[in-house]
Design a protein around this ligand. Sequence first.
Ligand code: C5P
Length: 482
Amino acid sequence: MNKISQLISLLGGTGAVAKELKIQPSAISNWKKLNKIPSSKHKAILELGSFLNINIENFLPAKKLRDFKFKILLIISGGVASYKSLEIIRLIKKTNINLDVVMTKSAQRFITPLLVTSLTEKKCYVDLFSVEDETKMNHISLARSPDIILVAPATANIMAKLANGLADDLASTILLASFSKIILAPSMNPVMWNNLATQENYKKLKDRGIKFIEPDTGDMACGESGAGRLPEPKLIVESILSDINKDQTLASQFKNVSILITAGPTIENIDPVRFVSNRSSGKQGFEIASELTKRGGKVTLITGPVNIPFPACENIIQVNTAHEMLDSVYKQLPADILICNAAVADWKLVPKTSSNKNFDLNNKIKKTNSSLLFETIKNPDILATIAKGNLRPKIVIGFSAETNNLKKNAYSKLISKNVDLIVANNVSNNKVFGEDYNKVCLIEKNNCEEWETQSKKSVAFNLVNKINNLLNNYNQRGINAK
Ligand code: C5P
């Protein structure tokens, strides 16, 4: 299924989308065939996704390629630094960024929504339960439409709410309901900032991928001094503009690069109801597919059966067995990059009677008193087969789950399977499987990097940076050889 077909099916199918957008179903069928949505319909599609609470951001081209403006939602929470947000608004207004503002109740004790409106020339949103606000722009649209949500100043209170999933006002509800990039600029008394509770929330939020503009150190309005001061608005806005630039550069980093990723487990049937398999949630492979898609890569994900939502990517192929996975990889070649993250079942088990006879495998094997025997048949090694074959992609990456001698075993796989990089992790005591965190070690011929424990999302982000370096080196070698 191509990317646009996946998107249409997520949104309810051809008929439903055609009805919502008030266009002919044949037009939608055409989009699916061409794997492209005309830019004039991007906004309507995004709004439909937002209305249905479905994140479809990655299915469409990077924002700069679309025909509407970059959007920031500024949330002002209540602290002595709230007044500085007026300067932030003034500076953002000087750019061509589309800005909306939400204020918390306590922020309104420091500055008024009227003052904000006079700067933005737009409605300032303050109330979760306002009928008027909800009909104009409901809180889900406020949460979904911005590219960035900036909370400045971010109080200890709003950080605690977000870290713990509280949604008792408009600002905290938006933060919880959003898929957008969230940036917090904390500002508070130094003792509050250093309080263990705040520091734990800070760490929790950072681990979840929320970005921080760190508070400055110096004299505070309350007379104390230390860390907790809101950085100057000019620095906050500059940092955001540089982030936007970076994101937009990253969004085309893998443009025209085709990437194959295997993920999840494979399963090998014993009979119609029983099978053997490997432990794998698919999470790490799906995060890599998602990150490469965000960076403009043409990603085909070949996955075994998993219980997690599919990432947005060009193409998803679902398989069951190792043979099906290998066939699918072959069919997708040539490709520039192959990442074998799947936990492929190494053997197929063929059941035999105690007198070594085969069963009729169309029927469930009956429980009898006599024991079953199994013949083990080795499955193909997808990674090694492709890495040693004629159609070897430019870059081939394998994974290695080990319970002992992590680096040694991973290194021998690097050599024996002819791959460029092995991402190794320790899976003793069932660590890693299904978890959101991972601790990996990157093994190359002349290099070994031990990464600290981090979320699988963050491993994907850093690994994609590494892959970008490998690809640049490969292309550079090609240029030098000419
Ligand atoms: O040899 P081992 O199974 O530990 O190697 C792990 C690496 O090889 C992973 O990248 C996995 O995706 C790949 N592999 C494969 N086909 C197999 C077994 C492993 O592609 N049959």
